[in-house]
Design a protein around this ligand. Structure first.
Ligand SMILES: Cc1cc2nc3c(=O)[nH]c(=O)nc-3n(C[C@H](O)[C@H](O)[C@H](O)COP(=O)(O)OP(=O)(O)OC[C@H]3O[C@@H](n4cnc5c(N)ncnc54)[C@H](O)[C@@H]3O)c2cc1C
Length: 445
């Protein structure tokens, strides 16, 4: 079977939408985060029968700032979401990076669009609810209040137990986040995260309500529309930006932290501890941080790359954070989660119902090294900032925005890469994926 032959069988190729349920493939997705929803949307577009199971009883506006690079911005545009996303996102043209004393190290241009597509940085809850509404508008069935407790597979299908009910499909997608239960079926054991030695105090709030616009030390963040600033010091980086024309502010400060508690998006942080990090720094840092009405203390854990993301029978695939949690400095966690889902939907269409395991194996082959390279970029970015000399300048502290990462089109690439990946597996057998040849990085976030 060739990808061209398969695509023409279903009559659908790159950028095209298939008639509902035309592929014959049924797909069960656990988790309605960005990974699960994106996989569901692209699966629907490719003619699969889709069911999404989500633990939340209701949709809540959770989290704070989240970023989607132009690599998936081009997908959101293709789905017609630009006009919805763009108004709620941050609109900045540069990042001004300082050392801890407030000297400017670099004013990095933030072109948007870049490589022919927009990036979107906004509140996770806003963007998530828009994606959720879009999925529902396509007629995708999303069942809320579903706690998936078990995963299984046979030669001909895979399935889950959710709220005591047994549900099956041709393929199951574990998009159930960092504490994935699906991972256990794939690995055969519980994957234990490592302490990274870092944590982030995060906040999102209204500038006017918190007096950011009145304080002479902080009003620069909102008096001229959206603004993006950063400060770096030994083992610390602090990023702050405004959205909505200077109305909302997001602040994230990554710092050393040995405390051994679970990662959580809702664990509260103490302002006095947060302010200790910037004692003796440019006074704007403490002024900005102290405007937050509350803080989330997000402990960053580290996981070694999993040896595989797919089950033995290749009917279960882990996508997004369930397969590969990212460091925030990669600015790619959510984007790679979306790319996973898009790629999987395309290869299942190309392979067809009779070849689901081949599709899932090819998907892992197409995705594994790219994801790892994006992860490593986050680790080197973090090191670049945390180890920078106080007088480091220009490119040596600029955020890399490489074309291989941000110019990528996951849908297009899946159509191009599937045939070769599938052929290789058919001819030489399935092999566990290998890590790309990149420098070894330390176990730290
Ligand atoms: C509450 C929350 C807030 C977040 N806030 C931010 C933020 O502010 N900034 C940021 O950059 N990233 C944030 N993230 C993480 C970010 O969304 C992910 O890193 C990224 O988008 C990859 O998404 P994902 O879909 O793989 O995982 P997630 O976004 O974690 O989604 C996983 C989904 O699976 C569901 N799920 C888990 N277990 C089960 C189960 N047993 N049965 C059924 N459903 C299940 C979860 O409820 C969740 O909706 C947050 C994640 C969560 C869950």
């Amino acid at each position: 079977m060739t990808s061209q032959a398969s695509a023409s069988q279903s009559g659908v190729g790159f950028g095209q939408i298939a008639p509902p349920n035309s592929s014959g493939v049924s797909i069960l997705i656990v988790g309605a985060g960005f990974a699960g929803l994106s996989c569901a949307i692209e699966s629907k577009r490719k003619g699969h029968k889709v069911l999404v199971l989500e633990k939340f009883e209701e949709l809540k506006v959770l989290g704070d700032i989240i970023s989607f690079g132009s690599n998936v911005g081009r997908i959101f545009e293709r789905w017609g979401l630009h006009d919805k996303f763009w108004p709620v996102c941050t609109h900045v043209d540069k990042l001004t990076l300082h050392n801890s004393q407030g000297d400017i190290l670099v004013e990095q241009k933030m072109e948007n669009p870049l490589y022919g597509a927009y990036s979107y940085n906004g509140h996770r809850g806003d963007l998530h609810s828009m994606l959720f509404d879009y999925a529902q508008s396509l007629g995708i069935e999303i069942r809320l209040g579903q706690d998936v407790s078990e995963y299984w597979e046979t030669d001909s299908e895979a399935g889950v137990i959710s709220n005591g009910e047994r549900i099956s499909a041709d393929a199951v997608v574990g998009a159930d986040g960092v504490r994935s239960r699906a991972r256990k079926l794939v690995l055969g054991y519980e994957d234990k995260p490592k302490s990274s030695g870092y944590a982030i105090y995060r906040a999102w709030f209204d500038c006017e309500e918190q007096g950011v616009d009145k304080d002479p030390l902080t009003k620069f963040m909102c008096e001229n529309g959206d603004t993006f600033h950063g400060w770096i010091g030994p083992d610390v980086h602090f990023l702050v930006n405004t959205s909505g024309g200077g109305r909302k502010m997001s602040s994230v400060i990554t710092h050393k932290d040995e405390a051994d508690i679970e990662e959580s998006w809702s664990f509260p942080g103490k302002m006095e501890d947060c302010l200790k990090i910037v004692a003796g720094w440019d006074p704007r840092c403490a002024a900005l941080l102290s405007k937050a009405p509350s803080l989330v203390d997000w402990k960053l854990v580290y996981r070694d790359p999993l040896p595989t993301w797919i089950s033995k029978g290749a009917r279960l695939a882990l996508i997004g954070d369930a397969a590969h949690p990212f460091l925030p400095t990669s600015i790619q966690g959510a984007s790679q989660a979306v790319e996973d889902g898009i790629t999987l939907a395309v290869v299942l269409q190309l392979a067809g119902k009779q070849n689901v395991p081949l599709a899932v194996r090819a998907w892992e082959k197409i995705r594994y090294q790219r994801v790892r390279m994006a992860q490593v970029l986050g680790e080197t970015n973090r090191d670049m900032w945390h180890k920078a000399k106080p007088d480091a300048k220009g490119e040596s502290v600029s955020l890399p925005r490489p074309e291989w990462l941000l110019g990528h089109d996951a849908e297009k690439h899946a159509y191009e890469a599937y045939e070769g990946a599938a052929k290789d597996i058919l001819e030489t057998g399935y092999k566990l994926p290998t890590l790309p040849p990149v420098p070894a990085v330390s176990v730290a976030a």
